[in-house]
Design a protein around this ligand. Sequence first.
Ligand SMILES: Nc1ncnc2c1ncn2[C@@H]1O[C@H](COP(=O)(O)OP(=O)(O)O)[C@@H](O)[C@H]1O
Ligand SMILES: [Mg+2]
Length: 277
Amino acid sequence: MKLALDALHLVLPGGKRALAGVSLEVAHGERIAIIGPSGAGKTSLLRLLGAALRPSSGALAIADVDPWALTARALQKLRGRIGMIHQAPPLPPRQRLVTAVLAGRLGAWGLWRGLASLAYPADIAGARESLARLDLAERLFDRCDRLSGGQLQRVGVARVLYQRPDLILADEPVSALDPQLAHQTVGELNREAQTRGVTLVASLHAVDLALRWFPRIVGLRDGAVAFDCPPLRVSDAMLHDLYATESQTIPLQGGEPLAHPEPMARAARGAATPLCR
Ligand SMILES: Nc1ncnc2c1ncn2[C@@H]1O[C@H](COP(=O)(O)OP(=O)(O)O)[C@@H](O)[C@H]1O
Ligand SMILES: [Mg+2]
């Protein structure tokens, strides 16, 4: 699914400016990581891309259409083609994993099949298969409130894998996972996007995860794009600038070193226009 953002601004109800002039072109099948300090606007940007929030100004096109010019029914249909993975998936505590995963296709199934599936899970094998990719197959009939925060995050990922959307949006999907599971989970998302040719946009707290898995890295700071580069061109200096407000340290998964530690673009520091693109 193609995405086009032109000078997007988002002012939140309280008057806070969450995004200040974001422009991005995302081609069909691209995989992009969004990194940046907390408060940079990552969640806001993902919610705009999922047509969950309406921009205050600027132009947004999802699959070549302005979602906010659509009828309510067409907007709902568009949202059904988008899979959103939340940092803390909003799953009903008493729901079993099998039902939570099958709910990924509720939008596609229509009311009656969906309601029937709540009473008797329609595609147990399919749900098990998605959960198995996240090492959770044996928890199929457990209730969500029996799981840890990290396990719930993986259920949120399994649900979107099961959904098979045309666009996957993930908001810090592995923030509660240990480094090994985080790599496995981000790897599954990337494999899914690559094998089915779908667009993937994920915000990540850990910079090393982003650099290792994604061919395009967007650094977001103060609601604006600070850089938009392939991982090989993201320098230490650019990362230090990006996280300058956040206690001077670059957030990493484990003790692993950065994938590309050499400073490469120091000369470009302080440039007014986004770096690399
Ligand atoms: N519901 C809200 N009400 C007021 N301000 C908010 C709300 N949500 C986010 N913000 C503010 O908007 C800015 C961007 O937030 P967000 O998109 O959540 O950033 P990130 O995901 O990068 O941490 C921050 O300054 C944050 O404090
Ligand atoms: Mg956030």
